[in-house]
Design a protein around this ligand. Sequence first.
Ligand code: PMP
Length: 399
Amino acid sequence: MNNIINSTGPAQRPARTIHQEPAPTIYLDYAATSPIDPRVLEKMLPFLSNEGYGYANPASSHAYGKKVAEAIEEARSQVAKLLNVNPATILWTSGATESNNLSLKGVAHFYQRFGKHIITCQTEHPSILDTAAQLSREGFEITYLKPNSQGLIELQHLQAALRPDTILVSIMHVNNETGIIQDIGAIGSLTREREIFLHVDATQSVGKIPIDLQTLPVDLMSFSAHKIYGPKGIGGLYLNDNPRVRLIPQMHGGGQERALRAGTLATHQIVGMGKAFELANAEMDKESRQMLHFRDKLWTGICNLPGVHLNGHPEHRAPGILNVRFETLEKEKVLQHLTRLAFSSASACVSTTTETSHVLRAMGLKNELAHRSFRFSFGRFTTDEDIDTAIDLLTSSPT
Ligand code: PMP
């Protein structure tokens, strides 16, 4: 809302009205979604235009179709390069929600004759938890591991939960609320020993921390474009070909994506995602140092306030996320004071509900403390001035 200020000029002159623009919003919600990088947008635009060949269907056998198909395969290679895998192991989907659904339901339905037990964790994203709940209604048995108070899965709990009829373990790489990084290497060693498939939701880690699927023992990996400066509504799924993972498709139709995910390819989004992954690959080292700097600067600026605590493990954390609880503050008052800051007072995926975070509660936080927890997340366009302003606002918050 604009502030309207009436000047106190001479009586005979008409009152002058000055429209003061509100101070700009400071965006600290990169874990919810990121702005599109202008270089990504530039790559996408010809595929949204009627000039040239960009509008063609990549499945068409004419020259225009072939050109677009080439652009799709270039994007697949860009995605594959970031993960160090063969491009043929990457499937396009509409985002990580779909990749998670396809992984869990696809594996469960294909391998159910070998067992109906699946293991996941209480702190997963709703697109895993709700899919697991659906599978449980279909007769699958789900074990939900409880993390320790710092958000990490204890390996001995996973080891104890593995059974002869376990067909799949699904564990997220970086948690979207706390930034906690699970030890996927160690988890994967346990699942590989027993020939159980491991699915990893890497939506918050891809492009932000290094991932090398030649060394990481993962069989399926979900990811999305819009967390790393690409467009929304496009994502991918890595499917290991050795050992080969088989899936029952959830979408049937024209046989696209090896008939595992039918539907005309979203060409503009796919080329945008390819570019976003290429940029992430080139800039990850520099960016992760920058995000670490912002995260630590914000934390240093507020950590001495009374009742302020970090949620989650102090070290096993991705650089771009800071989850903090303000134990003595009144949340509603603080939120009113912080309207200039765009951050998350719950995970974006559940912030339309008044429920407190299932992630923080699984880590043992009482409801009222989970309710007073905020997530700040940083990215490519964050500046030092943004963090300075955030510190000023937070340190002057009403109690
Ligand atoms: N998993 C995680 C960890 C996420 O953070 C998100 C996005 N909030 C998703 C899955 C869903 O991704 P998408 O928006 O691409 O469906």
